[in-house]
Design a protein around this ligand. Sequence first.
Ligand code: IVH
Length: 701
Amino acid sequence: MGRTAVEELDEAEAKTELAELARQLDRANRAYHAEDSPEISDADYDALKRRNAAIEARFPFLKRADSPSEQVGAAPSEGFGKVRHARPMLSLDNAFEADEVREFDKRIRRYLGLMPDEPLRYTAEPKIDGLSLSLRYESGRLAVAATRGDGAEGEDVTRNALMVADIPDRLSGAPEVLEVRGEVYMSHVAFAELNARQEAAGRRLFANPRNAAAGSLRQLDPEVTRERPVGFFAYAWGTVSAALAETQMKAIERLAELGFRTNPLARLCDGPDEMLAHYGEIEAQRATLGYDIDGVVYKVDDLTLQSRLGYRSTTPRWALAHKFPAELAWTQLLAIDIQVGRTGALSPVARLKPVTVGGVVVQNATLHNEDYIAGRDSSGNPIRDGKDIRVGDWVQIYRAGDVIPKISDVDLTRRPVDSQPFSFPEACPECGSQAIREAGDSVRRCTGGLICPAQAVERLRHFVSRAAFDIEGLGAKQVEQFYRDGWIAEPADIFTLGARYGDDLRQRQGWAKKSVQNLLASIERRRTIPLNRLIFSLGIRHVGESASMVLARRYGTWEAFEQAVTQAQVGEGPEWADLIDADGVGPVLAASLVTTFAQDEERASIDRLVKQLTVEEVARPAAASAISGKSIVFTGTLEQMTRAEAKARAEALGARVVGSVSAKTDLVVAGPGAGSKAKKAAELGIETIDEDGWMALARGE
Ligand code: IVH
């Protein structure tokens, strides 16, 4: 390229060039985001980044504070606009064993109230190991192509999708609005060719076809997508203005007629025996398909039944992914590190001699907790025949799908003679506070709380993570830095950062005026936040993304949520009953919430945060329904729907289903045989309807 070789640069030249590279890369990023017109090709962009990294590697002390290699979410990931999915893109429930498949069928029958001898059909098709994509067609033209993202919001990759041969840009005879969903993947041949070209050009190799497909689709330069042939299989749909068909199989056939590629191995199966037989057939062909699959997906064929079954918070009830067995490999355990998480948990991590497991290079594995290392489960029973895990051991790595690799076995014959059992620390390696294990807990936890820097940093990192506040320009690296400088100690501080340190920040090396302005502006934008994100961002143990959504939908506003949690007492009273009644909020999660809110310091920190914010109400689902926001009691026998279905249906319509009748109950549905509850409702003057009345409501009439 006519540039001086990195080895020959002197310090002054290196410094000048790093400044120039920072400028060029920043400009390239902005050209793409703001103007949507990339000025340089993806290859040139990569070359600049590589050059920058090489110079930094040789002169680490010259690395700039605004180094392009440290840029959080730098292009290409930031180069795409966001797209909100009209219907969320969900994931699938997983199974590994045949029994779980039979259980899936039983669960569905129970839910629908079907007898074992009544027919119930499923489709069975390969689970493609790629990345999912949603294609929205309006009036027969591809309007938007979006990646899955967090399920609710993905990235706009329309221009790149248009470069994929399997993705039609026009459809004829399609419904006015049609969202086609499927998987982008790369064949083994295309993958090998791509990596050969990458290698010849001295560029980064892709670890596996899935990464290569994802990397290719998320290119700044759509022309590069064209050069990296990816395929697309359509297997599902989102919003449609007119139903595609009455069954899953026919809907997929319809997509094929419209011009999409669909997987030829999809079959109809009458029950678990046939499903498992087809699983066996697909597995037998796995090695010769020419693309990666990681299991078989079963779906209830009848679309009316699918819609009756509906969804849990992140997965449909009517589908199951039956994964292929995990991949295994042996390697040596080099060290055991202890990481301190945001809830203080001390998590042992295995550092491994790098090994390829099912196409992915693995260097770390989880060791769960001290019992697991010692070779026993939480009740003290031996696991791995009681073999403990020691540094220096040869260990078997197990990797199933996307989950973090685990250690499944130890080869005692190769154990170094001088090896020692691992002694698990009893003090926090980060703050020195005592680390204790409470009765019944398998995990040892640092008792340092907010004084433990590891916990504080992890909380802040969690707070700014993608599913939480997701503040542009404030990634894990930046919050960590601000924490170390004493500028930010807790989430609330982020919102006063500008007022307290705006001037210092502008003087800070590597912070251009513009980037300070951008950062403060993106913090301001996030002062308004939906309730579910706020709940999730608090980082309370057991309170994940989907539980946060459930809670937000149930309580609607921060005030209602906060009041409910503050008033509840663990294990007793109607407030507690009310809290654990929400689908997906069990007693463990509820206890964690309630005890956190009852701790003075924690509570004060939460209050300080909320004071800085405007919390957006989260609409209860289908807020327009007649029973939205109402509290319903079912009693007696239901004949047309099982209880589970009735409860799920009522919740989907925005109502809350509670177990007992009180003055707060709005509606009682009384089937035949209703007893004391119906009587009490009559005494309290609560509206009571029969099953036919309920069915009309359930249909949305
Ligand atoms: S159906 C409502 N069918 O697997 C769920 N998904 O682990 C719609 N996947 O996010 C998904 N092959 O990206 C479905 N034949 C297939 C699939 C498939 C691969 C992916 C999809 C999904 C993930 C869940």
